[in-house]
Design a protein around this ligand. Structure first.
Ligand code: ZN
Length: 526
């Protein structure tokens, strides 16, 4: 069974009472907007989004709510931002840090906009809300804050029992926003008297500079934020969350999810949401924390693929399997091949998990369609767009063996654009080709290679040849000369592409302008 069906069925069973009661199932996830969002964060979005989609398909009412977390602290300056400009803001909540570009209210809004554009391309639009304005400043977290402060000793005990983390007796599970310097990472709160807490601004973790202010404050309506593992559970309470997964880094025994579950049960007396623990999305074999370069952001990755491929990459693997995409390796053509293999099964009339996946890769409004347009393989297409003498549409018809439908034409044009973009950005040299017309290096070919090329020139001069004919002739030459296959094909790629490998030789030779091919073969065989 496809993973999203398995999970939707489990939810249907485990949350039967809630569904029966008529309450809409609430599916929630969030992302802290600490900078450009990594593609790894799209996995949670995709899993929650598809779960919502499949539940709707089953007739189960639900809502997918996405939190832009703008109340977490700004704790590191990403490498692509100017350190001197942003240094003074270290330690402030993200909503109080200025936007790197004009036109946005703050830092969090700026990075949220880029992430939301990827969500749109992916084809799922959740209900968005902001952690600061919609939860904290709106006063919705206040009851949970009061309980956590009143029962701070229970919070400390749970932390110690579940995760082994020991907090001193004065510690309170909140961080106050300093009224003087507006920082949240630099303060310590103590002495809750039922309405206010005392605090000092005197901590300086990770390069933050405390101002030394001391005071008392009522920690309500956004003046303070709950300690994050308590904050997580409180968000479940406040919103009535039924389903919320988390990456496997949070899902270990004694990890943050485990703590939040205990807080939810013991402190707030609620059942924690249905969990969906999921594996990492790696970029070139590296985890989110260590892959921050070009190509690793959600935006960069989404620029490389049309929507249905983006959906396949994020949805195609079971939640317990890693995803690994390397834009600078051969995984881009492999992803397209994976998609085309699914499409072929649809055209063959198969109905299984693979064709189910193909349907789910389409935008929600197109999922009922049972057809799958033919597409040219990405690596061949990427080769053709680099050959100025070739007409893509004509070559596509030849490969398909019949005229293209309108859908197929549109898909071809779109895929060609993505291929050109990839070639100009991340593609490794092995996928880059340039038709040669300069001097052929003397002594670069053996006597057998020259002989084979001369015979091939004669064969072409004698008449128009198809790819199949040339393919057959090349195989004859192996015994006629004799020459081994590697030497023979190596000579062709060397002469025409100055490379050691290339596309299928028979097809490639037939695709070249005839006069040019004959001339070049003759020149090489001297
Ligand atoms: Zn301060």
């Amino acid at each position: 069974m496809f993973w999203a069906d398995r999970i939707a069925k489990e939810i249907q069973e485990k949350r039967a009472d809630t569904i029966q009661s008529g309450k809409k199932l609430l599916i929630r996830d969030e992302k802290t907007l600490s900078g450009r969002v990594h593609i790894g964060s799209m996995r949670g979005f995709a899993i929650h989004g598809l779960t919502a989609e499949v539940l709707s398909e089953y007739g189960i009412q639900n809502e997918f709510r996405w939190e832009h977390n703008d109340f977490d602290p700004f704790d590191t300056i990403p490498g692509y931002l100017d350190e001197t400009t942003f240094k003074e803001h270290l330690g402030k909540p993200l909503y109080l840090v200025p936007s790197p570009e004009p036109g946005f209210k703050n830092y969090a809004e700026y990075f949220a906009a880029e992430f939301v554009a990827v969500h749109k391309k992916f084809g799922i639009t959740p209900e968005y809300y902001w952690a600061y304005a919609d939860l904290y400043a709106a006063g919705k977290m206040d009851d949970c804050i009061r309980i956590a402060l009143t029962r701070a000793d229970d919070v400390r005990r749970i932390l110690k029992e579940v995760s082994g983390s020991v907090k001193d007796e004065a510690w309170l599970p909140i961080s106050v926003v300093c009224e003087n310097c507006k920082k949240i990472m630099t303060t310590r709160a103590y002495d809750f008297d039922g309405e206010t807490v005392g605090y000092t601004c005197d901590k300086g973790p990770d390069g933050t500079v405390p101002c030394g202010h001391e005071g008392r404050i009522a920690p309500w309506k956004g003046a303070a934020k709950l300690f994050w593992k308590v904050d997580w559970a409180a968000k479940w309470v406040v919103q009535g969350v039924d389903v919320e997964g988390a990456g496997k880094d949070h899902s270990t025994k004694g990890g943050s999810r485990d703590v939040a579950k205990h807080i939810a049960k013991e402190l707030y007396g609620i059942e924690p949401p249905f969990d969906i623990p999921y594996e990492f999305f790696l970029v070139g074999g590296k985890k989110m924390s260590s892959s921050k370069g070009k190509g690793s952001s959600a935006k960069d990755m989404s620029d490389l693929f049309p929507a249905e491929l983006l959906r396949l990459i994020l949805l195609g693997k079971d939640i317990n399997q890693q995803i690994d995409v390397d834009p600078a390796g051969d995984s881009v053509p492999r992803m397209y091949d994976w998609y085309d293999d699914l499409a072929q099964k649809v055209r063959d009339g198969v109905a299984d998990d693979f064709t189910r996946l193909y349907a789910l890769c389409q935008m929600p409004e197109n999922q009922a369609e049972e057809s799958a347009p033919w597409q040219m393989r990405f690596s061949l297409l990427a080769f053709i767009v680099q050959m100025p003498h070739l007409n893509l549409a004509k070559e596509a018809e030849d490969v398909k063996g019949s005229a293209l439908t309108d859908d197929e034409k549109a898909a071809l044009i779109e895929r060609a654009e993505y291929a050109r973009f990839w070639l100009s950005t991340y593609a490794p040299d092995q996928f880059k080709y340039e038709l040669q017309d300069g001097e052929i290096e003397a002594n670069s070919l053996t006597a057998e290679q020259k002989q084979a090329l001369a015979l091939l020139a004669q064969y072409l001069e004698a008449g128009e040849r198809t790819g199949e004919e040339l393919h057959a002739r090349l195989h004859e030459l192996k015994t006629e000369v004799p020459i081994d296959a590697k030497e023979l094909f190596g000579a062709l790629y060397k002469v025409f592409l100055n490379r050691t490998s290339g596309p299928k030789a028979g097809w490639f030779l037939s695709s070249l302008p005839r006069e040019y091919a004959i001339e070049r073969l003759k020149q090489a065989s001297i």
